[in-house]
Design a protein around this ligand. Structure first.
Ligand code: NAP
Length: 350
């Protein structure tokens, strides 16, 4: 029979690692599932270290003003976790660097990280039972769910056909590929992510169309202005993608756009289509076990607490937050979940 863990943390974004740092320092010796390195996780953007690992500069996480962190990174990260990171510039911190730093801090205090997915859970009795992708069962007195959210696709058959051949939901991961270099590309969406991705793509592509279904961006004012003032970005208002065009040899060659304002169809010649149309919480493995919201996020049942519908199970970060969705709020949630779990365990004599 497997040993019963005091706390298992599921997820390896800012919420998961922060929960781990607090739980480890509270001597709970946490076990953290950081996700498996699998094709499925690569396809849907749920590899270890979460969404931040798919971004470039992080300008709004407190404590990292512009500057050169190179020497610090060399001393703070073990060599085998440093080699894959791109050379450090003078930007402060990048998403992958920030996540590696959080991971190193959690491991330093005794967190045991397992590079597997939790595939199903049984929260019907205590201790809780968790099935993992290594075909093992794990048990825990308390669980912190911090599995985050993943990028949405449009669900068009033509989009599916050209995934990885011009269709991507991560400009930062794929934007520098040769197929997009000095070519026109399109970003779909009107939020901060769309603007951020479009801006990033201007470094590689000849031109970036930002295709939005309305006549006003949802993005924050400062981000929207950045897009509007960038000569390489052309905003295409009131349009949705009807079909991704292309062929087997070239991948994507264009997109056919339907008007949401009664205009004729429009075809844009582009070699890439990048989706930035929001996210879906990673809660499939929780269905039937935890109460979820209409949008599939884990429901928190107490104001200002991380309690879920099952006593002893706590939730933090984007998996339970479709409103703030920031690295710093996720990290704060992770801290709260670890404190809630610690106090709950103490109250139950564990
Ligand atoms: P978001 O704010 O939900 O924006 C999604 C965009 O996609 C919206 O403009 C939406 O259109 C559009 N959309 C949704 N479904 C669509 C569909 N089926 N077809 C066409 N368009 C569709 O998501 P986000 O941009 O990923 O941002 C999420 C959160 O992260 C926000 O809180 C944002 O502030 C934050 N964020 C911050 C930064 C930063 O500060 N640097 C960067 C990235 C993200 P409508 O506008 O018409 O609904």
């Amino acid at each position: 029979m497997a040993e019963v863990e005091r706390v298992i943390i599921i997820g390896s974004g800012p919420a998961g690692w922060t929960a781990a740092i607090y739980a480890a320092r509270a001597s709970l010796h946490p076990l953290l599932f950081e996700g498996a390195i699998s094709e499925k996780n690569a396809q849907q953007g749920t590899l270890p270290l979460g969404q931040l690992a798919l971004t470039t500069e992080v300008e709004n996480f407190p404590g990292f003003p512009p500057g050169d962190l190179s020497a610090f990174l060399e001393t703070a990260l073990p060599e085998d976790r440093r080699d894959y990171l791109p050379p450090h510039g003078k930007h402060g911190v990048s998403g992958p660097e920030l996540m590696e730093l959080m991971r190193a801090q959690a491991v330093h205090f005794g967190t045991r990280a397992i590079t597997e997915d939790v595939t199903s859970v049984d929260f019907s009795g205590r201790p809780f039972r968790l099935q993992a992708s290594d075909d093992k069962e794990y048990q825990a007195h308390a669980v912190i769910v911090a599995t985050g959210a993943r990028a949405n696709y449009l669900d068009l058959p033509s989009e599916q056909r050209f995934k990885n051949r011009g269709v991507s939901a991560c400009a930062v991961c794929d934007g520098a590929l040769p197929r997009f270099r000095n070519q026109p590309v399109a970003v779909i969406g009107g939020g901060d992510s769309a603007v951020e991705e479009a801006t990033y793509l201007t470094h590689h592509a000849a031109k970036v169309y930002l295709v939005h279904r309305r006549d006003a961006l949802r993005a924050s004012k400062i981000m929207a202005e950045r897009a509007m003032n960038n000569p390489k970005i052309q905003i295409v208002w009131n349009r949705v993608v009807e079909e991704v065009l292309g062929d087997d040899e070239n991948g994507v060659t264009g997109i056919r756009l339907k008007s949401t304002a009664g205009e004729d169809d429009l075809t844009l010649e582009v070699r890439g289509m990048f989706l930035a149309i929001g996210h879906t919480p990673n809660t499939d493995f929780l269905r039937g076990q935890l109460e979820l919201t209409d949008k599939g996020y884990v429901k928190r049942v107490k104001p200002f607490r991380t309690y879920t519908s099952v006593e002893g199970v706590f939730a933090a970060g984007d998996v339970s937050d479709d409103y703030y969705r920031q690295a710093v709020t996720a990290a704060a949630g992770g801290c709260m979940a670890a404190l809630d779990a610690e106090r709950w365990l103490a109250a139950h004599g564990v």
